[in-house]
Write a protein that binds this ligand. Sequence first.
Ligand code: OGA
Ligand code: NI
Length: 343
Amino acid sequence: MEKMLHAAPVHATLPECFIFPADKLPQAKATSGAVSLPIIDLSLCRDEVRRAILDAGKEIGFFQACGEPRRVPGGDAGHGGGVPGVLRAPGGGQGRALLRGRGKTTRIYSSTMFDTGAEKYWRDCLRLACSFPDVGDSPSGWPDKPQRLREVVERFTVQTRGLGMEVLRLLCEGLGLRPDYLEGDISGGDVVLHVNHYPPCPDPTATLGLPPHCDRNLLTLLLPSMVRGLEVAYQGDWIKVDPVPGAFVVNFGCQLEVVTNGVLKSIEHRVMTNLGVARTTVATFIMPTTDCLIGPAAEFLSDDNPPAYRTMTFGEFKRIYSVVKLGSSLNLTTNLKDVQKEL
Ligand code: OGA
Ligand code: NI
């Protein structure tokens, strides 16, 4: 196993391999301070929530969701809104020997998810993945060790995915798509969880926790830490996200940009580290199935609006997009366009 950052009690200095050239680390403008993302209370009336999600989505591509959504007649069984109380960082400090999952879907790794071929990122990550829905009496695909991990992760993902599906339904309604347009294969792939851990960093000005990136999936729900660190690209600058207790940070993945032919944007974000405190977040990724063919929906196309994105399977998209050529530019959506051009 790679050396995990959190295994060392203290890091006195930043190892060279984590140091980025200054031009790859544009700092957020001193004036920008912390900007709260739009906070949307899902318990408000459906029309209001739908409008707020669409407005926030078009303006920033990110929002924070709290409150329990109202149920629609004939909709899914109820699920909690906001952040479920069940999740505590699973298995913290217990080491890999105790983590038992099936196959490659469960991994603990450090620093390398976005391979620059050079510098490393100041992050440890526990990745868990499981097909969904995971029904029947057979044990689910989540690891059965450490004790209680499976139970906690199952409850957490059912609630979190339920909330994500509700957001997707609201988006469909607001965009004039069939309410179930984003159900089925496009959201029916494995549910992937990343438990991101960013230990205190001896030199936060010289490295990053995560590089600027757009999420490749359909929709991401982030259980943020109360410690700041997430920054979102906005109008040529980075804004620091000020976390709200009990709320998820929700953002659109590349596939939502493709389906809507760019009406919704998948926005670049990155993670800064800090000197003093460790930060742990949990990202839940709603993913398409690997074979799912994804392209702009007919509803967004006309003579004046030709397809801006190619149609390809999610598997193909991931294969191409696994090469990150981001530098640390603030290039909003060009990544996605580049990926598409390469075909
Ligand atoms: C991610 C991500 C942000 C954070 O896991 O894709 O953007 O604050 N995480 O950990
Ligand atoms: Ni992300």
